[in-house]
Design a protein around this ligand. Structure first.
Ligand SMILES: Cc1cc2nc3c(=O)[nH]c(=O)nc-3n(C[C@H](O)[C@H](O)[C@H](O)COP(=O)(O)OP(=O)(O)OC[C@H]3O[C@@H](n4cnc5c(N)ncnc54)[C@H](O)[C@@H]3O)c2cc1C
Length: 399
């Protein structure tokens, strides 16, 4: 599958930070991680820290799949409002899912503090505006639900919103707990550190088949070499069907652009911005002062159509951003698009294929995929240690 089109900003600005060889000889490990995107990188780092002998394989160059296309807003806010998630999965699970995503932002802050640079991590509030009057009432209920779950959030009416952010909308929720990061840089640093600590990372090597034996798996690659491992973690993002045997997410095209640096804080606090409409428009800034805006999702995934639609989608994103923030003068520098996956409830799929299985999945589907990947690394490392985490029920593949 072609995971992205156009000129994604992160790999262009960072270049090939690290390279890894392809797999030419058989390997043996405690854990094989398939996929070296942000999810595989977080897993490799956590597994090595816990002392597991780890091999990572990727069919592309490391971190050049969806991770390169991500706009990487780090939000505890799930694509499904808390008020809608509660009736779907129950109050305690829904609240816990939101709280875990908030904890993930703290975890990324702590992680970046231990890496060679901050990976563009910046704390940013998150502004969630009502796209219409009806949604303004939903946001009133959403505020109450989030506050009851112990999440910090304020409601701004349309006057406050206009005065503070220059945005014309009926109302908005503002959450102080959010952040932005450079996802490619973060994944690259984590993988490199995992390798320095003893993990073996190979890219340009595709896992074509997995055979399950009594005590371990054998992964057969397109290069003929095999990996034998007690546990296999599938962190292949939107290409997990080979190993799942079924489709768990609806795949779409999503579009994004980055402007030239704007030379000043483009809006108050440079907070993350998104809206209640689906698909939603979203925006953030970068460490070098650009505005990144995304949205305009197609309800299908077609790399060929995505390629053709990119110029028109770029213009629509520009116009929408200009309407939202009329005082900004923006010049587009890069535009790209990528495959994006949504689930029925907005939650990720994390856990064993079936109860007790040693074939595990880390599928951070949804708009806050990266915060899910942090939880996947935490929970699946605990699982391999023989301490399954009760939170994993929320993200079960068989829910
Ligand atoms: C336009 C866009 C905007 C987004 N915005 C946000 C956002 O603001 N915030 C957020 O949190 N998330 C966002 N996401 C989602 C986020 O990018 C994803 O959740 C995240 O990148 C997934 O990372 P991953 O490592 O799981 O997948 P990937 O980065 O795709 O990595 C999976 C890797 O597995 C490898 N692979 C696949 N099959 C095989 C195989 N058989 N053998 C070997 N290797 C294999 C691939 O080559 C790939 O490198 C966005 C996504 C897109 C497309």
């Amino acid at each position: 599958m072609d995971l992205r089109s156009g000129r994604a900003f992160w790999p262009l600005t960072n270049g090939l930070m690290h390279t890894y060889p392809p797999l030419h000889a058989d390997e043996r490990a405690d854990v094989l991680v398939i996929g070296a995107g942000i999810t595989g990188a977080l897993l490799a780092d956590a597994l090595r820290a816990a002392g597991f002998d780890t091999v990572v394989l990727d069919r592309r160059d490391a971190a050049t799949g969806s991770t390169s296309a991500s706009t990487a807003l780090l939000q505890y806010e799930i694509d499904t409002n808390l008020v809608d998630l509660i009736p779907m999965i129950g109050q305690s699970g829904a609240e816990r899912a939101y709280q875990l995503c908030r904890d993930s932002i703290d975890a990324i802050r702590a992680l970046t503090a231990t890496l060679p640079d901050d990976c563009g991590f910046k704390e940013r509030g998150s502004l969630y505006y009502a796209s219409n009057r009806k949604d303004a009432r939903v946001l009133e209920r959403e505020r109450a639900a989030r506050q009851a779950a112990g999440l910090k959030v304020d409601l701004l009416d349309h006057r406050d919103l206009k005065a503070r952010y220059g945005i014309s909308a009926p109302n908005a929720l503002f959450s102080p707990d959010g952040a932005e990061v450079d996802p490619y840089r973060l994944a690259q640093h984590l993988l490199w550190r995992a390798q320095e600590r003893g993990a073996r990372v190979y890219d340009r090597t595709t896992v074509e088949r997995l055979d399950e034996g009594r005590t371990d798996f054998t992964a057969h690659t397109d290069r003929g070499a095999k990996v034998h491992a007690k546990y296999v973690i599938v962190a292949t993002g939107y290409e997990a069907e080979t190993f799942l045997g079924r489709r768990l997410a609806q795949l779409k095209n999503s579009y994004a652009l980055a402007t030239e640096p704007v030379g000043r804080e483009p809006w108050t606090g440079a907070c993350l911005i998104w809206e209640t409409a689906r698909p939603y428009l979203y925006a953030r800034t970068t460490a070098d002062g650009r505005v990144v805006v995304g949205g305009e999702d197609d309800p299908f995934n077609s790399p060929a159509k995505r390629e053709r639609s990119l110029p028109a989608k770029q213009r629509r994103l520009e116009r929408k951003l200009e309407r939202l923030l009329p005082d900004l003068e923006l010049e587009v520098a890069f535009a790209w698009a990528g495959t994006f996956g949504e689930t029925k409830d907005g939650l990720a799929y994390i856990g064993p294929k079936t109860t007790g299985s040693r074939l595990l999945f880390a599928l951070g589907y949804g708009g806050n995929g990266i915060t899910y990947s942090v939880q996947a690394a935490r929970m699946l490392t605990a699982y391999v240690q023989g301490r399954p985490d009760p939170d994993m029920e929320i993200f079960s593949l068989n829910r």
